[in-house]
Design a protein around this ligand. Sequence first.
Ligand code: SF4
Length: 511
Amino acid sequence: MIEKFLYSGIKEKDNNFKMWLAFPGPYSFAMSSLGYLWLFKQLDEDDEISIERIYSDTEKTDFAPNEVKLIGFSFSFDMDFLNIFSMLDKYDIPLKSKDRENFPLIYAGGPVVTANPEPYSEFFDFFVIGDGEDINLEIAKLCKSNLKRNKSEILEMLSKLDGVYVPLYSKKVNKLTKKLEECIYTPILSENAYFKDTFIIEMSRGCANRCGFCLASYTNLPLRCVKYEKLIETIELGLAQTNKIALLGAQISAHPHFHDACEYIYKKIQNGENIEMGVSSLRVDAITPEVVKTLVAAGQKNSTLAVEAGSDRLRKVINKNLQENQIFEAVKICRESGLKGLKFYGMIGLPTETPEDLEAIINLAKRIKKENKGFDISFGFSSFVPKPHTPFQWIGRESTKSLEKKSNFLKKELHKIGVDVQISSIKWDYWQAVLSRGDSSLGDFLVEVYKQGGKLGAFKAAAKKFKIDTDYFALKDFKFEDKLPWDFIEIKPSKDFLIQENKRLISIQCL
Ligand code: SF4
């Protein structure tokens, strides 16, 4: 395994404080996870902290488990809990916090626990809520300076840090929001990374579009953009090491200098530099011939466009506000500027969806196909999962039966017109919704799911064993006045704003 460090590397360290930064997935995914690698760099650059990366497929560690004082897990997907439990098991570390005496202290950060840490509150000693870059070092140092104290004393101290949630002590916690003054990039390149030797650059964080279902937008407001000079400096830093770069951000095309950055790369390619560039998905309304020309020159053959829903009406309800003619125009630009194909992303089961909205997807696909002969088009769908801190957090999912019917309808009709389609498993999306809106009563259920092998049957059996009403979490429409498990997280915009936004969006169906 060849790794190239883009910072001063691992120095001789004072070795009396050892920590693991754990990724609940294989090495290849971890080495393409910008947030995980950046946190590692920050901790690794400190002389006082000895840190090692571990993954779900780590075979041998440098540190013995009993010397490790602190373990931080990156928690990005609901089902990550399965790998987290199996990693703890592998090192004979009890899963529940109450069964672990003093060390190691175990915490988690990332989108899942920022949204709602409650289902996992029995397992982790504490959580980082929000942008964790600046707090991890403080946490590690606090633990290091208090090794002689017992666990509850240290946890009480941690509970006083802004952005740290300790289930044992905290009542309220502020979500951390970082100013994007520096440009975050891949600090270690690996030829075994999922995106091999790719230098990923975070261009912006958050998305100001505020689609009603979108966790990535609502938990990352406001939209923050890196200064253009920093961005160019970082692009140059990357290109000095590799020819593969990727620009990352939920809404990179909203960066005021996105087009300038594309132009900058394009000119370099025109001047003979061999650059491969990828971008995270683009918004339809940001597609211009110049942008696509750059992507094509940088080796991209296909791209993805998130259209979310089939009709203008439903796109308005979800706040996507994208008109059908904009989609047709974007596809035309992509085809004429040299892309070979596009994959369209959407969601089924969105609030207020009607059979006409599904028909609209088929009609959209038909027209795109007809007007773009020879252009490769395909569709991908997931089903709506209500997410905390969004205007749709109160809205329960449709039943699995009804969503499967919709899914089969789309598959059949799109295949009929020769369009490939992939639809996420409706059953798995159901369990995702249970976890997403779950509370602290789910602890034993999660352990049982893990012990039973973590497949769909295990979720069902565990719910039966512990008499958990999982439909309550996944399907029920909550009331605005209900107390929600994640209400203790102080985040902007406020719950009142979300209620108003919910009412505004849902009322659009009546127009
Ligand atoms: S445009 Fe995309 S990232 Fe932005 S709010 Fe909508 S779904 Fe989320």
